[in-house]
Each structure stands twice: as C-alpha cells, then as structure tokens.
Design a protein around this ligand. Structure first.
Ligand code: FUL
Length: 695
C-alpha cells in the first residue's frame, strides 16, 4: 500500500517536473503573414490566362478602339483550360477579365465595350462565368485581373472613372463566387482611344486610384482575398520586378509599408521591412502574354520550366504561369504538352524523399524537449518544427543516411506563421569521411530548394549561420532528381554563320538545317557552320553519350543573312552590334542624339519585305534605353521613304523580348527604324538586334 503510494507520488512529481520543463512555444518574429497570405503561399503554383480583344489583332496591348465584333472564339472551352491547369498540378487560375484595352470579358452593366457586343454566343456569353464554373468543377481557385488602366473608357483620367472601376470590381467580386486573388497591373502607357478622344492621358498612379478605399471595398466583398498591385499602395503581394520567371536568391517576404520600392527591393524584399508582402513570380509560357502564332515555336522548354520552378517556388515565391488563349478560344496543344512534361518532371524529381529514412539530430533543441527536436523537421507534419532556444542564432541539424547516398536537391522550409527568420545558412555533406561544403545561401522562408551536382554522402548537415530570431525549421527533404539536359542556344551572325552553344559542358550537339528533328546521327556540331545568305531553319539537340539522353530540340528560323547590310546613319563600328545576331551585345545611339532617333540600314539589294523585328538591349537598366514608340519606313533609293508600320512596342519594358511587326509586302533596299519614345526619357535608344522578315 505504502509502496504504491510512493510510486504514485513519484509519478506525480515526475510528470509535474516534466510539465515544468516543457518549454513554451517560440515567440513570433514579426512582421507576420495574415491568414489569407498563408493560405495563398501554400497554393504555390497557379495559372494566369490572357485572353481579350487584342488576341484577335495579334497585339500585346489593345488600344481601346478595337471593334467588339472581332471577339468571336469558335471553340471557346473554359473546361479545357481548367482541365489542363488541374492536370498540370496548378491550384488556381487568374483571368484577364479586363486588360488595358478596356474590353470586358463579362457583360458588365456599366459599359457596352464587352462580350455583350460580340458575335460570340450572340452577345449572351460571359467568359468570366464559364471560367468560374469550370474552376469550381475542377477544384481550382479563381482570381481576376482587372486592369486599372482602361484605354477605352471616356472618363479615364477623371474622378468618374474611379467609380466606374469600383462598380466593375463590385460586379466581379460579388457575382462569381469566391475570388482568391485580384490583380491590378501597374501599366499606364498614357495613349489610348478614351471614348474617341484619341489622346495621351497621364495620371499619378499613386493618388489617382485612391487604393486604400478600393482595398477596403475588396476586403469587404471578399474577406479571404489577397490583393496584388504593382502600381499602387502596398498590397498583400508584390511583383518581383521582372516577367522573366525568377525572384532573387535572397528573398525576404517583407517590404516597408510606405515609400518607393526600387527594383532591388522587388527582387529581394527587405530584411527589416515592416510589412509582410511576399513575392509572386509571374511569367508566360511563351515570350508574350497574349497569343501570337509566331510564338508556337517559342513555348518554354522543359529545362526552362524547371529553371522557372526552382527560381520561383524554390526561392520562397509562388509561380503564376500564363497561358495565352488562341483566337479559337483554346490553349494551344504545345502549351498543354509543355506543362504536362513539367508536371511529370517535377513528380520524378521529388518522388523519393531520402530524408525520410535518415536519422535527424540537432546541435541543440529548445528546452531539450521532444516537441521541438530534430525529427520534427523530417516528419510528415508541416506544422511541427525543430526549434532552438530563444537566444540561439546559429544551430545545425544533421541527417545521417547510414550508408553512402546520392542526392542533388535539398528542400528546406521555415514555419513562416512565426515569421521569416533565417538570414544565412550553409549545407555540407560527409563525403569519404570528411565534411564538404555544398552550398552557402541566405534566406529560406516558406520554401527554399537548392540544386547542386550529385554528391554521394553518408550525412548531410544544415547549419543556420545567422537569423533574426531563434532558428525554426518545419521541413527538410533531400532528393536525387534525374538530370534534364538543356537544349543548345542557336545564333546566326551577320555573315550568315550559325553558332550553337551546348547548355552544359558534357553534352555533344547535333543539328539539322532543314527543319527536321535532329538525332544523334544528324550532323555533329564542332565549329560555326556557314549557311550562305538565304533563310535557314536550324534545329539542334544536346546529347549525352554516356547516358544516351537527348535534350528537347532548340529551334530557330532565320531570315536572310545580313552580310551585305550597312548602317548608314553612323560610322561607329559598334552599330553593327545591332546586326550581329548576339542578344548579349547591343548598340546605343550617342547620348547627344536628340529624339526622334533613326537607325538607317542599306540591305545591299532590293528585298520583298513583309515585316521587321526589334530586340531591345537586354542590359537596359545600365545605360541603354528601350524604344516604346516607333515608325518604320522603307525606300528603294534612300531618298523617298514610305511608312509601312508605326505604333508601340507594348509591355516591352517589363518583358524585353523580340518585337515583331508585319506589314503588306513591299520591295525595298533601305529601311529606317525611328525611335519616337524611349522607356527612359532623355537617354539613348539601345538595339540588341534589328532584323527584317522577307516574303
Ligand atoms: C504587364 C501587362 O502590361 C501585360 O500585358 C501583362 O498583362 C502582364 C501580366 O503584366 O505589366
């Protein structure tokens, strides 16, 4: 009796002591994400869809005067879009309900400029409705893009437009179910139709839209929403400063709540920022956002998509990947194939988590408690985490595989509901009995994935080197992803010579010049290939002779060679960098050159032209500026000129890709590209490449 009494007493004491020893949960290190931002971050990968009136005019931005009658998709099927997105592993779709043209893809009762005036479904259609329904059917969340800039509306620039904008917003946020994200693009190009005024209207994007009150309305109508805004007041999410598909390696989910946000901050966030504003990486599966047939050959390849994945989701961002809809109303089959291959490759890369069978130990554990020990970083529960004592800023966690194990990917996550903490960390592997550093990096955040050459090691050690608070890690995973070969890069210089650069150092390159798909028995590339002066269709693959793997083919169609071309408006030799076929080199007009600035070229002989192409200097942020408004003239004698094309290179600043302009066939020997406006007022125009399209 006495004995059992003592046992009971001891037990009570022990449990009491254990209770006392149980450490409290770590205190958050603010700023912290809201519940909406947390939910959004977990969506990771979702789609953008660009479809509007300018799909029918082959333009990047509609001008606002396009006839609604043009909008007539014959096979429109939002279920196809939703099916493709779902099968691709995406979690939602954001749709351009209204792009800059002002054309509404739903029958807004506040304007005539909408599907209501289109022949599609006799004006009874509603693309927003069809897509919202399809998303529901496929278990996807739905979001809307409503362009603040409206090139159609007569009131744009006046206070009345804000009421119009909010009315439209109210329609979209009340009639189509739950909306997870609303997107306000910051583009305000100025010129537009504006109800027939055809003029340039400048607004102050900071004050004109009165964002604080618009945000209030949005949150009232959709309490679970996140707001994206790259032009206005600080919203819930930030642009990452590029449309090329990556965010900085250092990526804080923080910004300052007020003040300007320079490019650098968009790319990296702000370590000591006072607001939680995580980055969303938006990019298109093709160079441009809207559909252009000429880009059917430019769909992102699997290695490009994998790079995009690692450089967005793998760097504490989300990935918003765009599909341009074809004029018939469908996603192109090549885009579908590309995202299917992407989904398969991700599945293969992350199929076996080698950390699951490893033993995890840590240099220290919060209160030495099992609740926070190293095993919590490799269990299946993302809510549990390995934690250290409050004053720790440095700590390490080791995975022991017990036998030599090959791997090349490392995934790590912080429990961000308690704040983003880690400032720097390194990764080491125990190879042949000694520690070898694999990588040293800065931030982690919600998710960080590192890629490195395959190592075979018995142990792996993560060392947090510095943090804003005590380090916490909710997940670690280790993978041995199959290698994917990058397709080679093909260029053609001014003399017509083709150069092909492999994507890695181990592969050989095989190519064809007749548009057929190369194999390992095609011509092997060893040195630049002379191809004469005519048009040529080059395809090339990288081939690894050890693994017998081939890359997807790269594919370039070149027009006539520019060997006989002469730049007439300058003696500067460097001007020929605009004709050298190398996107990495560019020519800039002298700084003293007043606008408009001309580039005049003698083609050497008369050609039948049907278009021209312009690639802006890719290093525009350094010095050169991008042309946004142009005129293109041709001549047979360098004396009398005929204007064959003029207009804008829409969205060229955010997305400095090849610009292609077509015109009716015309014979000419001289061409003149005139820059009317630049991205940076007062700076020189830059040209990475200028080319023509012949019939
Ligand atoms: C840009 C817009 O101007 C493009 O047309 C596109 O909608 C892209 C997502 O944002 O800034």
């Amino acid at each position: 009796m006495l004995k059992s009494f003592f046992t009971l007493l001891m037990l009570c004491l022990l449990t009491g002591l254990a209770g006392l020893a149980q450490p409290t949960a770590p205190k958050p290190v603010g700023p912290l994400p809201s519940a909406n931002q947390l939910r959004w971050q977990k969506m990771e990968y979702y789609a953008f869809i660009h479809f509007s009136i300018n799909t029918y005019t082959d333009m990047a931005w509609g001008l606002g005067n396009e006839d609604p009658k043009l909008f007539n998709p014959t096979k429109l099927d939002c279920r196809q879009w939703a099916r493709i997105c779902k099968e691709a592993g995406m979690t939602g779709i954001i749709f351009t309900a209204k792009h800059h043209s002002g054309f509404c893809l739903w029958p807004s009762k506040y304007t005539d400029y909408s599907v209501e005036k289109a022949p599609w479904k006799n004006g009874k259609g509603d693309v927003v409705r069809e897509l919202a329904d399809a998303c529901k059917e496929y278990g996807l969340k739905f979001g809307v893009y409503l362009s603040p800039w409206d090139r159609n509306h007569a009131d744009y620039g006046k206070p009345d437009y804000i009421t119009y904008f909010r009315n439209q917003l109210t329609e979209l946020l009340t009639n189509y179910g739950d909306i997870f994200e609303v997107w306000y693009d910051g583009a305000n190009g100025g010129s537009g139709y504006y109800g027939g005024a055809n003029e340039t209207r400048k607004i102050d994007a900071k004050t004109y839209y009165d964002w604080p009150n618009t945000y209030k309305l949005v949150r009232k109508l959709q309490p679970n929403i996140v707001i994206w805004n790259d032009g206005g007041d600080r919203a819930d999410l930030r642009w990452v400063g590029t449309e090329a598909g990556y965010v900085g390696e250092t990526n804080w989910s923080l910004l300052n709540a007020t003040g300007d946000v320079p490019e650098e901050m968009l790319r990296h966030g702000v370590e000591n920022g006072n607001a939680w504003v995580p980055g969303e990486v938006n990019t298109s599966i093709r160079p441009e956002w809207f559909y252009h047939e000429r880009e059917d050959r430019k769909v992102k390849t699997l290695p490009q998509l994998m790079d995009t994945y690692y450089n967005s989701i793998g760097r504490n961002g989300t990935l918003l990947l765009n599909f341009p809809i074809m004029p018939n109303g469908l996603i192109h089959e090549l885009d579908e194939k590309a995202v299917q291959a992407f989904a398969k490759a991700r599945k293969e890369a992350f199929a076996v988590n080698l950390a699951k069978t490893a033993k995890a130990t840590a240099s220290e554990v919060r209160g030495k408690s099992a609740t926070y020990d190293a095993s919590k970083a490799i269990d299946a529960d993302l809510d549990s985490y390995w934690a250290t004592d409050d004053n720790a800023r440095k700590a390490s966690l080791t995975l022991n595989f017990n036998k030599p194990t090959a791997f090349n990917r490392f995934l790590v996550q912080e429990p961000i509901r308690l704040g983003q903490r880690v400032k720097s960390f390194k990764l080491e592997a125990m190879v042949d009995g000694s520690w070898k550093e694999i990588d040293k990096q800065t931030t982690i955040g919600y998710k960080r994935i590192l890629r490195f050459p395959t190592v075979e090691a018995t142990q792996l050690r993560l060392t947090i080197l510095d943090a804003k608070g005590s380090p916490l890690i909710s997940n670690l995973a280790v993978y041995n992803a199959p290698l994917i070969l990058s397709p080679p890069v093909i260029t053609r210089n001014q003399t017509g010579e083709i150069a092909i650069k492999p994507g890695d150092t181990e592969s050989d390159v095989y190519y064809t010049l007749d548009g057929s798909t190369p194999t390992a028995s095609s011509s092997k590339y060893t040195a630049p290939v002379k191809t004469g002066t005519g048009k040529v269709d080059v395809k090339a693959i990288a081939y690894n002779r050890f693994t017998k793997q081939s890359s997807v083919p790269s594919d370039e169609k070149f027009d006539i060679a520019r060997s006989a071309w002469k730049v007439l408006n300058t003696d500067a030799k460097s001007a020929y960098q605009a004709l050298d076929g190398n996107p990495g080199t560019s020519w800039q007009q002298p700084k003293s050159q007043a606008m408009p600035a001309d580039l005049v070229i003698d083609l050497g002989k008369e050609e039948r032209l049907v278009g021209f192409r312009y690639l802006p200097a890719q290093n525009w942020w350094e010095e050169a500026s991008i042309i946004t408004h142009y005129q293109f003239d041709v001549s047979t004698d360098n004396a009398t000129w005929k204007r064959v094309s003029e207009g804008e290179f829409s969205n060229i600043k955010n997305s400095p890709v090849w610009q292609t302009k077509s015109f009716d066939p015309i014979k000419a020997r001289y061409i003149k590209l005139r820059a009317l406006k630049n991205t940076q007022e007062g700076s020189a125009s830059g040209y990475a490449d200028v080319d023509v399209i012949t019939q």
